[in-house]
Design a protein around this ligand. Sequence first.
Ligand code: TRP
Ligand code: SF4
Length: 400
Amino acid sequence: MYETRVLSGMRPTGALHLGHYHGVLKNWARLQSEYPCLFFVADWHALTTDYESPGEVEKNAWDMVVDWLAAGIDPSQAVLFIQSHIPEHAELHLLLSMMTPLGWLERVPTYKDQQEKLTDRDLSTYGFLGYPLLQSADILIYRAAYVPVGADQVPHVEFTREVARRFNHLYGREPGFEDKAKTAVKKMGSKKARLFNELRTRFLEQGDAEALQRARALLEEQQNLSRGDRERLYGWLEGGGKKILVEPEALLTEASRMPGLDGQKMSKSYGNAIGLREEPESVTKKLRTMPTDPARVKRSDPGNPERCPVWQLHLVYSDDARRDWVWKGCTSAGIGCLECKQPVIDAVLAELAPMRERAQTYLDDPTLVRSIVADGCDRARKLAVETMRDVREAMGLTYS
Ligand code: TRP
Ligand code: SF4
C-alpha cells in the first residue's frame, strides 16, 4: 500500500484573511505534523475562471505562499509547490479525460452553480467543464489518501474516487493479471502464501473485514515483493485489478465560519475581512468601528449579544469567563461596546503579530520563498513522475 499522504490546494486569490486562517490553514498546520503533506497553489484552476485576466495570478500565487508561511505552514514538514510547475498534472488530466464520461462532469454540482453565480464571465469553456477532472489529476498523481477540503469541494473528491475506480478497472487488469498475481503470492513462501490465500477467500466469500486487514498486514511486511507485485496483490486481494491510482478520502474541514466584521461569513468580496498581514492600526480601526447590536443606540441601552457581530468574535476568541462578562455587561448596559471590543482587538492583534513577523522575513528576502517553492516542486515532481510511469505503462504508452 502507498504512503498515507495528505494533499490540498488553494486557488491564488490574493492576500488571505482570518477566514482562511481559521478555516483552512490551522488545519493544514496540524496535519503537517501528522502526515506527509503536499500543499499547492492551484494556478491553472484560477485560469479556468480568470482566463481573460491572467495578469494577477502570479503575484497572487507568491502572496499566497507568503501567507501560508506566515500562518505557520512549515516547509521543513510540508511540501509546498505550484501546480503549473509540475507538467505531469496536465498529462494525467489529459489521459484521464479519455475515459471520463461527459455526463459525470456535467453532473458535478459546482458546474451549474458556478455558471449561474459568476454571470459576469463566460464559463462555457472546455477548461471550466474539466475543472473537477484537473483536480482529480492533482490528487491522484500523488496517490493522496486524504484531501482536506471544505464542504463545497467534497463532490470533487467523490468524483475523483469514481475516476480512480474507473481507471483501475480499465487499466489495472493487465494481460495475464491473475497469473501474475498467483506467481507473486508464491514469492511470499509457501506458508505465508497459504495463509494469504485463505484470508483472501475469507474476505471475498464471507466479506470478513478482519481477514482483509490481516492479509494487508501480511503484504505490508513482505520485504521481497517488488512494488508492482505488491500493488497487484493489494488489488487482487479485493477481487479487483492492480491499484494504480488510489481512491482518496475527503477530510471535511469543519465549517469554522469565521465571522466577518458584519457578522456574515468573512470574505474578501463582502469587504468584511481582516487580512493576515494587515497593519495593527488598520485592524484596530476596523474592529473599533465594526457594527454592534443595532438596537443598542445609547450607552445606557441594554444590548443583546445574539444580535451583535462582536459577540460572534468573542465566540472565536474568548473563554467562558470572558463570554460571561460580555453577556452580563451587555444585557445590563454595564459595559460599553468599545470596552467589550477591546479584548477581541487584543486577541486578534496577538494572533496576527507573529504572522506579520514571519511574513516580514519573507518579504525582506523574496529569494527565500522562491527557493522553498523550488525545493517543493522538486520533491512533488519526483512523486508525480513515479505515478506517471505506472499510468503510462498501464495505458500502453511506454514505447520501450
Ligand atoms: N478546487 C479547490 C478550491 O477551489 C482547489 C483545488 C484544486 C484543490 N486542486 C485541488 C483542493 C486538489 C484539493 C485538492 O478550493
Ligand atoms: Fe455587542 Fe458587546 Fe456592544 Fe453588547 S456590549 S452590543 S455584545 S459590542
